[in-house]
Design a binder for this molecule. Structure first.
Ligand code: 5GP
Ligand code: ZN
Length: 116
């Protein structure tokens, strides 16, 4: 399967990992949009939120648990952060392996900005 994030999980594409357990991996975004910009992903390949089913929703809970821990470890738990999933065309999703953007480290701007 030609999926960038599956390749990051297996290690054939390098990444700066900040968290890993049996089901979830997190690493620095290659094009950070904030001082802290981490991608939190399941090891299971699920293309989009529309494709999540059954036990996948427990996995999504694990992603939130990991994000909470990473936010603490990177020092943004108290200052605040966003945890964002893009799903499909209108969201601007470009990598079709579910991921959550953990963003923080500064006062973040409008939730919905101008389109590029
Ligand atoms: P999306 O727009 O799909 O929600 O976000 C995909 C994110 O993946 C983007 O923020 C992009 O910078 C990041 N990204 C794409 N390719 C790579 C890569 O090879 N390594 C890392 N670390 N991040 C990537
Ligand atoms: Zn994948």
């Amino acid at each position: 399967m030609d999926c960038i994030f599956c390749k990051i999980i297996e290690g054939s594409i390098p990444s700066k990992k900040v968290f890993e357990n049996d089901t979830v991996v997190a690493f620095h975004d290659i094009t950070p949009q904030a001082p802290v910009h981490i991608l939190v992903i399941p090891k299971k390949h699920i293309a989009t939120m529309n494709d999540a089913e059954g036990e996948d929703f427990a996995l999504i809970g694990e992603i939130h648990r990991a994000a909470q821990q990473i936010a603490r470890e990177l020092g943004i738990a108290e200052s605040g952060y966003r945890l964002i999933n893009n799903c499909g065309k209108d969201s601007g999703q470009v990598v079709f392996h579910i991921h959550y953007h953990l963003l923080g480290g500064k006062q973040l701007g409008a939730l919905v900005g101008p389109t590029a």
